[in-house]
Design a protein around this ligand. Sequence first.
Ligand code: GN1
Ligand code: MG
Length: 372
Amino acid sequence: MNNKDLDYERIIDAFVLEGEYIGHDLCENGHINRTYSVKMKDKYGKITEYLIQQINTVVFKNPDELMENIVGVTSYIRDYVIKNGGDPERETLSVFSTAEGKPYYLDDNKKYWRCYNYIANSYTCQTIDDPEVFYNAAKAFGHFQRILADYPIETLHETIPNFHNTVSRFNDFEQAVKDDKKGRAGGVKAEIEFAYERKKDADKLLNLLKKGRLPIRVTHNDTKLNNVLFDNDTHQGICVVDLDTVMPGLSLYDFGDSIRFGANTALEDERDVSLVSLDLELYEQYARGYLHEAGSSLNDCEIENLSFSSKLMTLECGIRFLTDYLNGDEYFNINYPEHNLVRTRTQLALVADIERKLDKMEEIVQKINRRL
Ligand code: GN1
Ligand code: MG
């Protein structure tokens, strides 16, 4: 229990949560938002839990636009789930409005809070014990993308401009090396050089987009394994969460980022990089699940670049961690001083392993694609 951070009485008032407050917990997850679960008991003794989240306005600078995206997308998914006979309380997040009808509560300290339904009888995974879990995660993300295939994309705001623009990520990285604000560049020469050697990869997908070979879609843009909720009983992925970065993007961003996180044999912040590798079995499971759900809506160019996108998204993330380390840890939450450097090293080690396995990864995709 963590009562110091959350002014739960005001929150309960603002969102008109009914019943008696029984407690709240800090949910440890994510590098960006702070999330709490708040428990309320009604007069019949029924306990309802809510998810209360403080929006990180350093990262998401326009909370109105951000919430407009999320309300739009979650309402759309909700309608889809209802039409298809599913359970809208479990298969999507839903935004609770405040008494004034706003999708967030702005407190006296200018902090923005939002309230979602809490999806009970579910769990998240940080790592994978059973490859089936990853297959199910792939289906969940593929399904999410497919549901949103006809969403009016022009109504979506770009919540973080150039979020997966690998060229602009590279420029930010080069700038951070040049500035060397904290005098850390000298200690990470090998990492910097490794990244520079791969600069030529940065514009590959963006060029295919410019040529019209890759389409813009509604994408999640943060498809970490821990952004899927799994059902305690069936172990199916029931709901995709962490919707702040739902924006127009490339399907390959979502595929590649999932592989980066979930098919790594080590944690994102494993200190022993010798434990880092790309698990080909997990890669196959994910590709199977994803193509099974979303494959029919993908074009050849998207399918041809699935393996490359895994490398590129891993490289992008490594560069982002390294940039943040050089800038003095301004962006990602860290638990110890060199946390971003440790994360950088796992990502770069994974890039190196993906490069060694790229041919095998491509064979896997072709094999699955032939059977579709
Ligand atoms: C952040 O919030 P979280 O932990 O799901 C980040 C992602 C990174 C990820 C690295 C808005 O995601 O882009 O890939 O950390 N989200 C944002 O673990 O920057
Ligand atoms: Mg998350």
